[in-house]
Ligand binder design. Structure first.
Ligand code: SAM
Length: 310
């Protein structure tokens, strides 16, 4: 089946689950089932749960996963809301490949690309907040905040002021118009389009992307299974920081204040350990064949066998 999305770090993801034996594998970001279909092929004793908030992705994957129909169930929704409601047990493996799919980026009508005639950027096209609302109705201060915090755009104040000035004349109706505006304010930096970080910031806001990652990590902290392996792929530093810090917290045996003179917590508070110290990144070969893998970082964590099973 022709797929609109090449899965990143595929071999590395499959390897991260090599200790898994039976149970449910949850793919929190099913997309076009690139990772899921290979997981189902390789590990024939696992059952599968696929979650996505995008109907187009779910419809495609439903077809792609037909050969595994008896072992697979799909859910529509955001992973932070669906995961805590799952009744299937035990979950032994969980994957999230954050961010947008190639199809979402490339399909003009979805409004993610610099040349789109629409201004949308919703992963779930039934959600109420779109990029149009953010760009045309957020206050200047709100725009400054998202450009600064979610995009780390240097001239974030100038950019927010330019958006507010432009929309006072007429609403900004397309991603194309918005990217042209960014070109005037942001100096072009080599290969990347000047509007890249601004678009990233708006996309994160529209889809509550960082809130979703926090929600997923909170859900795992509150409820996980013994020996469960969690593999998370991030694409920029804001995402990676959330994952790295949480894995660090989960691996810490001591929960005393770092300033404390001596340990009084009795240690033993670690709930598992990271499978590698450093994140895994794409090989030279993969970088050549799939440019999207350039910024991908895979971190895996294995919960302890003695972990509380809720
Ligand atoms: C990078 S793609 C995943 C591609 C997939 N691994 C594959 O091999 O085809 C990310 C997918 O996750 C979905 N997604 C992103 N954030 C989500 C969230 N918070 N809840 C549910 N789905 C989400 C997007 O709609 C998109 O389809």
């Amino acid at each position: 089946m022709q797929t609109p999305h090449i899965p990143v770090l595929l071999d590395e993801v499959l390897d991260s689950f090599s200790s898994v034996n039976g149970g449910y594998f949850v793919d929190c970001t099913l997309g076009y089932a690139g990772h899921s279909s290979e997981m189902l092929k390789k590990y024939d004793n696992i059952k599968h749960i696929g979650i996505d908030r995008d109907d187009e992705a779910l419809n495609f994957s439903k077809k792609r996963l037909e050969p595994f129909e008896k072992r697979s169930r799909l859910y529509k929704g955001t992973f932070a809301t669906v995961l805590p409601t799952l009744k299937e047990t035990p979950i032994t493996a969980l994957l999230a490949d954050f961010g947008v799919s190639s199809l979402q980026l490339d399909k003009k009508e979805r409004g993610f690309s610099f040349t789109s005639e629409t201004l949308d950027m919703r992963m779930d096209t039934t959600a109420s907040l779109s990029a149009y609302e953010v760009v045309n109705h957020y206050s200047q201060e709100q725009l400054e905040y998202i450009f600064d915090i979610y995009g780390e755009v240097r001239p974030y104040r100038k950019l927010a002021a330019a958006v507010v000035e432009a929309r006072a004349k007429k609403p900004i109706e397309s991603a194309k118009a918005l990217s042209q505006l960014a070109k005037v304010i942001i100096p072009s930096g080599g290969k990347i389009h000047p509007a890249t970080l601004m678009f990233q910031a708006i996309r994160i806001e529209v889809n509550n992307e960082l809130g979703e990652i926090e929600g997923l990590l909170d859900a795992l902290e509150a409820k996980h299974y013994k020996n469960e392996v969690v593999s998370l792929i991030t694409f920029h530093s804001l995402e990676d920081r959330l994952v790295k810090n949480r894995f660090k917290k989960w691996s810490n045996a001591c929960i005393c204040d770092p300033q404390a003179m001596r340990c009084t917590c009795g240690k033993g508070h670690d709930i598992g350990k990271a499978l590698s110290k450093k994140p895994i990144t794409a090989s030279t070969e993969e970088l050549k064949s799939n440019p999207r893998s350039r910024s991908a970082k895979l971190r895996s964590f294995k919960f302890k066998h003695s972990t509380r099973e809720v």
